[in-house]
Design a protein around this ligand. Structure first.
Ligand code: HSE
Length: 324
């Protein structure tokens, strides 16, 4: 059996989910791929935390150079979050000839060009499926099965935390703060949940999607963005009286050469399929000039759904490398 060594940078919620998924599904992955995936290194300061996993002490490191200079490492999986340091490590990894997988939408949205160009320059693969829509294979669907389409518009729910908050405020009449704490406990929210509730996380994801769908680079800070912090229980009740729900929507539309985009809370009629996308689920509607309407739906946040997308990328790279 061929072997692929990976290094995980950061063992937070998503890093731990990524490690656990391999423990949970190792046999299945080996049978499906005929590849033995091994976690060779974990870059992490807090090695003593109880994460409910067993890690061989030899695997921990606090020195990124130990990973970059190890010729046995095939794939670096960046799950640190943040922008500058994580981008630097991804670039270092690519310059060291390693393939890179990340779930870090803030870093991908901020540094899309340099990351994709560095990967190309070094002849390595760079994959970031988990950065948009958690476990939903959005980027893969758009860049493979649906690639023949020219896109007219897309819109959707791209943040699990805010969708969870709005759902619980609507259905269980729970207060905002209580629901936000639950979203944090379940591992949906960002380290600083301001990015979720102010719509910044969705703007990052929309920026990445626009690069992929329309081939147009729009920086997250250029996207008109409103979060959910000003939504009150009264707004939710008023919406219900009009047979509507409030959802935080990302949207982008192409008219001629012009592309408009926004992130904002929107009133959706209860007959609209997106009104039924609840809790941490996300969904994206796309309109293509051949396929017409497509809706992709699934869990947009949480350790295991996100790990599913991360492993999809790692396995794709593993297959490609072992077939060379
Ligand atoms: N904080 C993000 C969310 C995580 O709630 O959707 C997944 O990107």
């Amino acid at each position: 059996m061929k072997k692929i060594n990976i290094a995980i940078l950061g063992l937070g919620n998503i890093g731990t989910g990524t490690y656990k998924l391999l423990e949970m599904n190792r046999k299945h992955i080996e049978q499906a791929t005929d590849i033995d995936f091994q976690v060779k290194w974990i870059l992490e300061k807090y090695t003593e935390l109880d994460r409910g996993i067993v890690v061989d002490p030899k695997r921990w490191t606090q020195d990124p150079d130990e990973i970059m200079s190890d010729p046995c490492v095939d794939v670096v999986v960046e799950l640190l979050g943040g922008i500058e340091f994580s981008t630097k490590l991804m670039i270092d990894a690519m310059n060291a000839g390693k393939h890179v997988v990340t779930a870090n939408k803030a870093a991908v949205a901020a540094n899309f060009e340099i990351l994709t160009e560095t990967a190309e320059k070094n002849g390595v693969l760079f994959r970031y499926e988990a950065s948009v829509g958690g476990g939903i294979p959005l980027i893969n669907a758009i860049t493979t099965s649906l690639v023949a389409n020219e896109w007219v518009e897309f819109f959707g729910i791209l943040n699990g935390t805010t969708n969870f908050i709005l759902t619980k405020m609507t259905e269980e009449k729970l207060p905002y703060d209580v629901v936000l704490s639950e979203a944090q406990e379940r591992g949906f929210a960002e380290a600083d949940p301001t990015a979720d509730v102010e719509g910044i996380d969705v703007a990052n994801k929309l920026s990445i999607l626009m690069s992929i769908v329309f081939g147009k680079r729009v920086r997250p800070e250029e996207i008109p963005t409103t979060g959910i912090t000003k939504i009150t229980s009264r707004d939710i009740d008023d919406a219900a009286k009009d047979n509507c729900v409030i959802k935080l929507l990302a949207s982008a539309k192409k008219v001629g050469d012009e592309i408009t985009c926004s992130v904002e809370p929107v009133l959706l009629n209860k007959k609209h399929p997106l009104s039924e996308v609840n809790d941490e689920f996300n969904a994206l509607f796309l309109k293509g000039n051949a396929v017409d309407d497509v809706m992709l739906y699934g869990k947009g946040a949480g350790p295991l759904p996100t790990a599913s997308a991360i492993w999809g990328d790692v396995i794709e790279i593993g297959r490609s490398v072992t077939n060379e």
